[in-house]
Ligand binder design. Structure first.
Ligand SMILES: [Zn+2]
Length: 70
């Protein structure tokens, strides 16, 4: 197996911020956060404070770019 020449990286553009989506993993709870920029994603804290639920599935989404030869 050869080392890939191409690499997937987070896009360096300043406009490409990380978006956080989260949903509650506590029992049958169906709470889900709106997608928000990572620095403002406080939905989980509010939900935990209101319900006592502590476990969340968190998904980070960002723009990536492949760099390399060719
Ligand atoms: Zn919950």
């Amino acid at each position: 197996m050869t080392t890939p020449v191409h690499r997937l990286r987070k896009h360096p553009g300043a406009e490409c911020e990380v978006t956080v989506t989260a949903r509650c993993m506590d029992g049958g709870c169906t709470w889900e956060a709106e997608p928000e920029p990572a620095d403002r994603a406080v939905g989980c804290e509010w939900h935990a404070a209101a319900t006592g639920h502590r476990t969340f599935a968190v998904c980070l989404e960002y723009i990536a770019v492949v760099t390399g030869e060719g």
